[in-house]
Design a binder for this molecule. Sequence first.
Ligand code: 5GP
Ligand code: ZN
Length: 117
Amino acid sequence: MEDCIFCKIAKHEIPTEKIVYEDGYVMAFNDLNPEAPVHVLVVPKMHISNFDDVDEENFVYLEKIMKAIKEVGKITGISEKGYRIINNCKEYGGQAINHLHFHVIGGTKLSSKINVG
Ligand code: 5GP
Ligand code: ZN
C-alpha cells in the first residue's frame, strides 16, 4: 500500500532499525522507541491494516508471524525466561501504524498488569 511506512520497510524501500528476522512472508525489526531491552515489531510483507482484517484468505500471514515470533524469541535470547506479545488493534486499541504488527517485548521481568491507561 502506498504511503504505508511498514510496507516500505518490509520492501526495503526505506531503512529501519536493525532487522532481526526476515523470510518471504514476514519481517521483524527493532522498534524505533523501545519500551524494554528487547522490543521487536513483527509485520507481514503484505499490507493487512489490522488484526481485525485477518481473514481466511490472508491467514497464512498470521501463521507465519506466529512462527517468526518464536524465531525472534530465540534470536534475541528471550525465549527461555519469557516475553510478551502485544497487538494494538484499531483506534481504541491504541494502534498508531495501520499495518498489522505484533510487538515482541522482553529482556526484563514485565509487570503482570495489563496496561489500560
Ligand atoms: P502501535 O501503537 O501502532 O501498536 O505501535 C507502533 C510502533 O511502531 C511504536 O512502538 C513505534 O515506536 C514504532 N514505530 C513507528 N514508526 C517507526 C519506524 O519508522 N521504524 C520503526 N522501527 N518503528 C517505528
Ligand atoms: Zn502496509
